[in-house]
Design a binder for this molecule. Structure first.
Ligand code: MG
Length: 261
């Protein structure tokens, strides 16, 4: 594993600004999610927000693997059985859906990356529990992102929150270091034993992103080359914050203005 980049105070300030912009767009977009709206319409709303905020999408035109065209949308919008990397299109949001929105922006040279899952009139208690448990897993994972801990303490916090409920953690996709680049070392798995991997140090900036499935952990990629879905077609939740490792308590960089920064 190559070296994890430590950010100085100037760079952390850049990350704070990018994180705040990404978070403001996330919560604004969440409010637009309603029955009848298409994922394309949501994506274009986010594009307009990005333009107004003076940032650009970190996802649009992201290079794909071999033979896959670059990512075509401004955001990743993943509905129900879609896990991550949902491509915007004609799919209409329906009552009872869960909609994961992942917003990554480049603002003044730094990346802010965050995601949340919005419930649209969901009444199924098991799905409500899936969403709340995933949010709790993210919270518990962030609590481990403190100087002196080891990387896999974050991973273990996710898994140990999720599996006792009978939900499963996606293994094929991971969180990541983030900074001037979207994907920096390290990879952050959402499962595994605690106490392994590099020691966390103040100034590391990490995108922690549990992906949690109602059924099997197994996923597959659709023929568009991007959209990842659960193999059993059951719903999946994706939540994410960009955080800075600190002494004693991690700093969440992707809180919106309204959450009292
Ligand atoms: Mg990410």
């Amino acid at each position: 594993m190559s070296k994890i980049i430590i950010k100085n105070e100037d760079e952390l300030n850049g990350m704070r600004d990018a994180g705040r912009v990404a978070a403001n767009i996330r919560v604004a977009l969440a409010r637009e999610i309603a029955p009848g709206v298409t994922t394309r319409e949501l994506d274009l709303y986010a594009r307009d927000m990005m333009e107004k905020s003076g940032c650009r999408s970190a996802f649009l035109n992201y290079p794909g693997p071999r033979r896959v065209p670059p990512f075509p949308s401004y955001t990743c919008i993943s509905v129900n059985e879609e896990v991550v990397h949902g491509v915007a299109g004609s799919r209409r949001i329906d009552l009872g859906d869960i909609v994961s929105i992942d917003i990554g922006v480049v603002y003044k040279g730094f990346i802010g990356d965050n995601a949340m899952t919005v419930m649209v009139g969901v009444t199924n208690p098991r799905i409500i529990d899936l969403v709340r448990t995933s949010e709790k897993a993210l919270e518990n994972a962030i609590a481990q992102a403190v100087a002196g801990n080891r990387l896999s303490d974050i991973s273990h916090a996710v898994e140990s929150t999720v599996t006792p409920k009978g939900f499963s953690v996606v293994r094929d996709f991971v969180g990541h270091g983030v900074g001037r680049k979207m994907h920096e070392p390290p990879q952050i798995f959402n499962y595994g034993p605690p106490g392994k991997g590099p020691v966390l140090r103040e100034g590391m900036t990490l995108a922690i992103e549990p992906m949690v499935n109602l059924g099997t952990h197994e996923v597959k990629t659709l023929s568009d080359g991007w959209t990842v879905v659960t193999r059993d077609g059951l719903p999946s939740v994706h939540v994410e914050h960009t955080v800075a490792v600190r002494e004693g308590c991690a700093e969440i960089l992707t809180l919106p203005d309204e959450e009292n920064r």
